[in-house]
Design a protein around this ligand. Structure first.
Ligand code: NAP
Length: 251
């Protein structure tokens, strides 16, 4: 039996997922570094070192998710931490600046195919990974699920006209995070009489590919809350939705 903590981080070959993996590995956690493109995952894992183990997982592909779950069961026998981090902001080819994103994502003009594509990854992808990995989390004595959402998906925050990101609330990315919050609440309710903990978390507005590197926080700074929550031990809280530093986000 492997006594090291075993984690799976989806979308870990770059951005927040990569930063989280780096910090968990430094803590001594064995991290399955999820990547839809195995070569990119292998390159990222090599950069981090032996505690990072690349694993192919495309959250929109049920066969890929099932294969990842089977491999984790065979090689590790359980999962202690699942971080549903993979996400997309749009489905367009090439660079999309934040300004273009803001002017082309509105409810009256956004393409339905794009909305479906974003939701496929950010909402249904998380549900599919949850369903596949839950049996492995049930085999852990200290299991936690961390879903990476965004403050821009908060209905409570957006209900306030002074909320600074309100102008970008649209059916694609932001509403997909609202839906993710709903699905996470369903997980929390389903698991509340078990030992499995569930947390919802938002990184800061971080410079990553997701926002054309226009985010204002560095990868290290912007990932801090995700890292803090993923590190929580058996006595750490469950059912929270937070941003740095533990500040509650309204649902
Ligand atoms: P990122 O650098 O673009 O990373 C996103 C990761 O998700 C990449 O590894 C990407 O893989 C992966 N991914 C996309 N579709 C996938 C799929 N179908 N299956 C598996 N992996 C997939 O963006 P990030 O900013 O680190 O985003 C991480 C999470 O933080 C997302 O959930 C995002 O919504 C959330 N978030 C980010 C910010 C921010 O300011 N950056 C703010 C709030 C919330 P490829 O490399 O193959 O594309």
């Amino acid at each position: 039996m492997n006594h090291k903590r075993i984690a799976l981080v989806t979308g870990a070959n770059q951005g927040v997922g990569l930063q989280l993996t780096r910090e968990l590995v430094a803590d001594g956690v064995t991290v399955l570094l999820g990547s839809r493109n195995l070569a990119r995952g292998e390159a990222a894992a090599q950069e981090i070192g032996p505690g990072a183990i690349p694993i192919q997982i495309d959250v929109t592909d049920l066969a890929s998710i099932a294969a990842a779950a089977a491999r984790i069961r065979d090689e590790f026998g359980r999962l202690d931490l699942l971080v549903n981090n993979a996400g997309i902001s749009n489905t367009r080819e090439g660079t999309v600046t934040m300004a273009e994103f803001a002017t082309t994502s509105g409810a009256s003009i956004v393409s339905l195919d794009e909305v479906r594509g974003i939701w496929e990854t950010n909402v249904f992808g998380v549900l599919a990974v949850y369903q596949a990995m839950l049996p492995l989390l049930r085999l852990s004595s200290d299991a936690r699920i961390v879903n990476v959402s965004s403050g821009v998906g908060s209905l409570g925050a957006n209900a306030d006209p002074s909320f600074p990101y309100r102008a970008i609330y649209a059916p694609g990315y932001a509403a997909s995070k609202t839906a993710l919050n709903g699905i996470t609440l369903a997980m929390m309710i389903e698991l509340e009489n078990t030992a499995i903990k569930v947390n919802l978390v938002s990184p800061g507005f971080t410079s990553t590919a997701l926002n054309n590197f226009e985010g204002v926080e560095t990868l290290e700074e912007g990932s801090r809350e995700v890292v803090r929550v993923a590190r929580l031990g058996p006595d750490g809280p469950t059912n929270t939705f937070t941003q740095w530093d533990g500040q509650t986000i309204p649902w």
